[in-house]
Design a protein around this ligand. Structure first.
Ligand code: PEP
Ligand code: MG
Length: 327
């Protein structure tokens, strides 16, 4: 622990000089303190649904706005990416009037996140207003969860743009810049990236949901957790393809799932060209230490070779490589 605390002011740079962006995942006002403690580059994923989940009634726009403004104030110069509410499915809100006869067999694949927000658009409009007001004079980074097709991104973005026009017409101070992004966690979206990438500023790969949908394996099922490995070739090849495509289109891309908070998994992601991770705050120290002992070019060549003729999982090979190379 003390060893990691000392790393706070050191940069996550590989031994061959490649800078990796290390951000944290957060959801509460107090989580922002993690930026100071860890020296992270910013908040790569702010889960706005936390405020909704801990609240007995729907948080009104003013209350949302205060939270977002406090978070931006506390983060200072460091960027924050707000994800619009990811509720529904298994994270039900008692005050959202779910119909009894609409009980879901598969809530993770159900009426949640953007699907719910586009239908109950008063919710998304209020959140858009709250975010736009909170970020007045600053950069607003906003991303949408569970985007499956480009039109969903377009509609959500249009809701934000209409709120921006509404506020502007009434003389409110607006964000200096708005950057729109999507989470890639539904595999179908990967097939439409050529359509969507030109319209967005950034893409964040959510490996928690992506893995469960890619393998059709419940992310919370203990039996399946052992069976599907984050270091399986199909996940790494899939993420590599998305990252290559985003980079070719000049769109910022990163990973914000829990996978990036585990040293071997994070190393594999860097090996396939990911250089932006948003992780749980406690993982920043260990991941930074790993990055600072890593020769990225050498790792990329090794990972590339492994993925050409992949074993069932890359875990053993990457572990051995890390040991041999002093990572
Ligand atoms: C993910 O799905 O990878 C993700 C980061 O979002 P959440 O864990 O909140 O679903
Ligand atoms: Mg998710």
């Amino acid at each position: 622990r003390a060893k990691f605390a000392k790393l706070k002011n050191e940069l996550p740079v590989t031994t061959d000089g490649h800078r990796v962006a290390l951000m944290v995942n957060a959801g509460l006002r107090d989580d922002v303190g993690a930026l100071e403690v860890t020296g992270a580059d910013g908040i790569g994923l702010f889960r706005t649904e936390f405020q909704f989940l801990v609240s007995a009634t729907l948080p009104q726009r003013e209350r949302q706005m205060r939270l977002y403004r406090d978070v931006l104030d506390a983060a200072g110069d460091r960027p924050v990416t707000f994800r619009t509410v990811d509720v529904g499915g298994d994270k039900t809100l008692p005050y959202l009037n779910h119909d009894e006869d609409e009980a879901e067999e598969n809530p993770a694949m159900g009426w949640r996140a953007l699907r719910l927000a586009l239908e109950r658009d008063a919710l998304l409009k209020a959140q858009a207003r709250a975010l736009l007001e909170a970020a007045a004079g600053r950069t607003l980074n906003v991303m949408f969860p569970m985007v499956s097709e480009p039109w969903e991104f377009d509609e959500a973005r249009a809701i934000f743009e209409r709120q921006r026009e509404w506020l502007g017409a009434r003389g409110h101070k607006l964000p200096a810049e708005i950057r729109y992004g999507a989470m890639l966690e539904v595999p179908a979206l990967a097939e439409s990236l050529d359509v969507l990438l030109p319209r967005m500023e950034f893409l964040s790969i959510g490996t928690n949901d992506l893995t469960q949908f890619l393998f059709a394996a419940d992310r919370a099922h203990p039996k399946l957790a052992m069976r599907y490995d984050w270091l399986s070739p199909s996940i790494l090849r899939f993420v590599r393809r998305i990252a290559d495509q985003a980079r070719a289109a000049d769109v910022q891309v990163g990973v914000c799932g829990e996978m990036g908070g585990r040293p071997l998994e994070a190393m594999a992601l860097i090996g396939i060209g990911i250089d932006r991770l948003s992780i749980t705050p406690a993982a920043v120290g260990p991941i930074k230490a790993m990055i600072r002992s890593l020769n990225r070019e050498k790792l990329m060549a090794h990972t590339e070779a492994l993925l050409q003729h992949p074993p069932r999982t890359l875990r053993q090979d990457l572990k051995a490589w890390a040991e041999e190379n002093g990572v």
